[in-house]
Each structure stands twice: as C-alpha cells, then as structure tokens.
Design a protein around this ligand. Structure first.
Ligand code: TYD
Length: 228
C-alpha cells in the first residue's frame, strides 16, 4: 500500500509491514462484489494468509451510523457536498480504526469499495471536480492507496436489473437515473485504464462461478508476487 504525499506517523511503510496487502473491490451497481468477497477470503485463509474483510461506507460502528444516513432512501434533501463529506468521514474512521491497524499487523485487507467509489460516484457520477475530490480524499485517508483494485465491470442495465431484484437493499444511490450510473461505469473504466498497474478488470457479466474463478486467479498471483 502506498501512502502519498506527507508521510504521517501511522504510515504502514514505517513499521516494517510492507508484506501486508490492501485489496479493494470496485464496480457499478449489481456487479456482485459483495457476494464474492467472503468466498475469496475463505480461499486466501485456506492458502494460509490472515485476512480481514470490510466495506465502505461503514466498516466501523461510527462508519455504520454514517452509512445509514448516506443510504436512507428518505434523505432526498442531502446536498452533494454533504454526501461527499459524509463518505470521507466514514472513510477516515475506517482507515484509522480498522484498515491501518490490520495493515500494521501484516494482514491482507479485502475492502468492498474504497476511495475510487468517491471518484466514480461523486466525481464522474455527480460531476464534481475530480482534483478537488482527490484532495479531500487524501485528507480523509492520509494518502493510503490500495495495492490492488479489482473492477468488477458489468453493463449498467444488467447490474441495475440484478440490484432491483434485491428490493430490501435498494438504496438512495441505486435510485439515481441511468445516465448517472453510465457515468459511474465510464469513470471506473477511465481510472482503470489510467493506472493499469493497480487495477484489474473482471467481466462480471459472466456466470458467478467464472467471476469468482477469475478473481481467485488474479488475487493469488498478485498476493504471491507481493509476499515474495
Ligand atoms: P451498498 O449497498 O454497499 O452497495 P454495493 O453493494 O453496490 O457496494 O451501497 C453503497 C452505495 O454507496 C453504492 O451505491 C455506492 C455508493 N458509494 C458512493 O457513492 N461513494 C463512496 O465513496 C462509496 C464508498 C460508496
């Protein structure tokens, strides 16, 4: 994991734990990230690695309270700036309370969404200035970047169809218009193309078992390389 900019006292690189790994999962709605992460965690555990699974928004008790506010369908009055700052508040708590300690303990952290979601949804989706967002994200994360980001890419119409079958978890951001979700997907593809050394794109329109097989193949190869 890379900590950009000013190095602070919690920088994992200063604690001799370069062997830990921070892996994030990104994708538009209905890409299936959430159902593959526990299976990947089991697989890595069987391979002998210590794994921590977490998600955003949330991941800590304070973050989970912020998550409820962010995703509540009734919160239609939420201003875009409020939305951006609440995601970063949840993230700052998550980084400092859970992610950095796990990294310092030499674990593999699997995180369902991280800062790239803010760039994709609030940046490309809501069309907020990307440089300004990057600055706010850096403040929240202390510059922590994933070692590997898997983009589970799926056509928006297929993804939203999958999501709407799960009415119980339908949230305020799922309910945005199709053009918003198209911009989010496009944003992800642009970010992945700009940093191919960090991103891997997986075709999430395949049958579930094929998607999981692709994830396992990519992750184990990268993990083995990272730990040698
Ligand atoms: P969730 O139910 O966890 O959806 P998913 O299974 O797709 O991850 O809801 C999280 C929602 O929050 C999702 O619509 C993406 C959005 N989001 C942002 O807009 N910005 C962010 O920084 C993060 C972390 C999530």
């Amino acid at each position: 994991m890379i900590v950009q900019g000013q190095v602070n006292s919690t920088c994992p690189c200063q604690n001799g734990t370069e062997t830990a790994m921070f892996i994030t999962f990104e994708g538009p709605e209905g890409s299936g990230k959430t159902c593959h992460i526990p299976d990947l965690a089991d697989f890595l555990t069987q391979e002998g690695y210590e794994v921590v699974v977490t998600r955003e928004p949330g991941g800590t008790p304070i973050g989970d309270e912020i998550r409820d506010t962010l995703l509540k369908l009734g919160n239609t009055a939420m201003h875009p700036t409020t939305e951006i700052l609440l995601f970063q508040a949840s993230r700052a708590q998550h980084v400092h309370q859970l992610i950095l300690p796990a990294i310092q303990a030499g674990k593999i952290v699997l995180c369902d969404r991280f800062a790239d979601s803010t760039m994709a949804y609030q940046g490309y989706g809501h069309q907020t200035d990307l440089e300004e967002l990057a600055r706010i994200i850096r403040f929240a994360t202390g510059g922590l970047l994933p070692d590997l980001t898997l983009l589970l890419d799926v056509d928006i119409e297929i993804g939203l169809q999958r999501r709407s079958a799960d009415r119980q978890n339908w949230n305020r951001l799922d309910a945005k218009e199709i053009a918003f979700h198209q911009r989010v997907r496009q944003g992800y593809l642009e970010m992945a193309a700009a940093q191919p050394e960090r991103w891997e794109i997986i075709d999430a329109s395949q049958p579930l078992e094929d998607v999981l097989a692709d994830i396992q193949t990519i992750v184990i190869e990268r993990v083995k390389k990272h730990f040698t």
